[in-house]
Design a protein. Structure first.
Length: 266
């Protein structure tokens, strides 16, 4: 498996510093969060700026794993604004050489399974262009669809290989699923896996990997047992928890912990 980290843990850092962190701490790739107000990489970049970002990563031997959009596939309202934003992120990912774009479900509370159809309709509409650009759109297990079973309902309606799943282990676990249930549901669609650690069910304060309650060893074991050879991406959500330690100071220990889990499950 390959290891990545998310720039959510280091918001606003210049691209050169992100690349240097990944290279210096021996991570294979980075999940880039794309938000025009917060991040140096977003859909407003010119073609020249996109080429420069891609070149920085390429020259350092670091991959852009994913463009983390804030698109909500099942959000209430008209389809076209959602589709326009989604297509813009697909183009950004393609220009950066990223294989994936992350989207959230984002359904309105109480919308029930009708939100599945809304999300599926939009994702299906965007899928052909994503396929043309060699990009997969991944629905993260998150918010209104936090379990693998929830996301699987959407993907079953889409039925297109350019649309898949991003498994956020925290959300499936908080939704009552163990890795042994989440992985089989997501396996046919799985792009990559986000890992993190938290203090408790009631307290989602981020902790260094291995110091919290999330079933990371079980997750890696399930993946390894099936021969899955994709990406593990560490998501350290410092942005909403400013008092926790800075991510750069934890990267070496995080990489070591993940490699230990991989070796123990081999």
């Amino acid at each position: 498996m390959k290891l990545a980290f998310s720039t959510l843990g280091v918001p606003g850092l210049p691209v050169a510093q992100v690349v240097r962190l990944a290279a210096d701490h021996r991570f294979h790739g980075v999940e880039l969060r794309a938000h025009a107000e917060e991040e140096p990489v977003h859909t407003g970049l010119s073609a020249a700026q996109r080429a420069a970002v891609a070149r920085e990563f390429h020259d350092a031997g670091v991959e852009v794993l994913c463009v983390g959009s804030y698109v909500q596939a099942a959000a209430p309202g008209a389809d076209e604004p959602v589709l326009a934003e989604l297509r813009a992120h697909v183009e950004l990912a393609a220009d950066l050489g990223a294989p994936y774009v992350r989207v959230f479900p984002g359904a309105e509370v109480g919308s029930g399974t009708s939100a599945d159809a809304v999300a599926a309709r939009r994702l299906a509409a965007a899928a052909p262009r994503a396929l043309d650009r060699d990009v997969r759109i991944l629905v993260e297990t998150h918010d209104s669809h936090r379990t693998a079973a929830d996301v699987e309902r959407i993907l079953g309606l889409v039925g297109h290989r350019a649309v898949g799943a991003l498994w956020d282990v925290m959300h499936t676990w908080l939704g009552g699923e163990q890795p042994t249930a989440s992985y089989p549901a997501l396996a046919p669609h799985l792009g990559y896996v986000q890992v993190k650690d938290i203090a408790s069910v009631e307290d989602s304060t981020p902790l260094p990997l291995g110091q919290g309650v999330l079933p990371l060893a079980e997750c890696v074991e399930v993946l390894s047992r099936d021969g899955w050879d994709g990406w593990l991406c560490w998501e350290y959500e410092k942005r909403w928890f400013p008092r926790v330690p800075d991510l750069p100071d934890l990267l070496d220990d995080a990489r070591t912990h993940l490699w230990r889990l991989l070796n123990e499950s081999a």
